[in-house]
Design a protein around this ligand. Sequence first.
Ligand code: NAD
Length: 344
Amino acid sequence: MTATPAKSIPATLIPGDGIGSEVSDATLAVLDAVGAPFEWETCKAGMAGVDACGDPLPPETLASIRKTRLALKGPLTTPIGGGYRSSNVRLREEFQLYANLRPARTLIPGGRYEKIDIVLVRENLEGLYVGFEHYVPIGSDPRAVAVASGVNTRAGSRRICEFAFDYAAKNGRKKVTLVHKANVLKALTGLFLEAGRDVAKKYEGRIACDDRIIDACAMQLVMNPWQYDVIVTTNLFGDILSDLNAGLVGGLGMAPAGNIGTDAAIFEAVHGSAPDIAGQGKANPLALILSAAMMLDHVGLQEKAKRVRDAIDDVLCKDNIRTGDLGGKASTKQFTDAVVARVR
Ligand code: NAD
């Protein structure tokens, strides 16, 4: 009997800037090996969009995602200070990808921290990322004062907390921690905390809930990270804590992410375009490959996602093949070939 080929799933691919094409090529090779049925539309964004048509988020790219409602995205460069607004932030806003799911799991035993398994749920659309910023001129200095406003809504806070508790319930997790700064930002993050505590009541007896102030949480994540299970927090705190969590499990090369909304989802690594190592063939593709595994989970192909994760575990721990950021000597290609061989 021959197996029925899986129905093809249209998806948008944005290879990204810097190391983007290197880690995207690696990820496509692994997806191909596992028989992922994605039918790719390759699109440009970030610097590639600027170079091609002067737009970091070209209309064709948006139209493709509007159609496929599913994308895999390499890292995009954002100019610091001036220049254009982050294409990553714009994509999240355009498709209302309100939840940023960022799991951190120990993949290589013997590191600083063993057996880490924390899922961070970051609110993706509100808080200080809304971009309400301006300067106030004083005298001859046109930028004497900088002002930024954060915006959290009760509806947005409830929605992200519901996502976190629902994720916990569906994935066998025991506890959700609400992380905030309601002692100082009493309105902005107090509202988030209030909404989170309210959502927690619906899950009483099934999922435990506690809360932490962001600074204490950062310290505890370093001192005793095992007390955390699922963390849900506002946009900026989530951005910072997800890099901290990546550090607990070996660095940015290990951290996948999914930006999930009601109608669309975009999967990407937590890391950026790493201009310092771009084009050298030494980037670790693991984070984007793991993001692609999350994408497989998202479309209901959990068995394929598991095969990818198992292959990665074997390559890292049995074959001992690792890229330079993990203390190994393998190039991007050598690591990828090893994962492909294990997947097959
Ligand atoms: P970065 O994540 O690109 O790099 C930080 C450090 O980690 C660098 O030393 C880099 O070499 C290393 N690193 C990152 N990914 C790696 C990988 N896969 N393998 C091995 N080493 C890796 O952060 P940055 O330097 O602050 O940002 C560079 C650019 O990326 C900026 O323009 C920033 O705005 C952008 N950025 C994009 C995203 C995204 O697309 N989601 C996320 C973060 C940063």
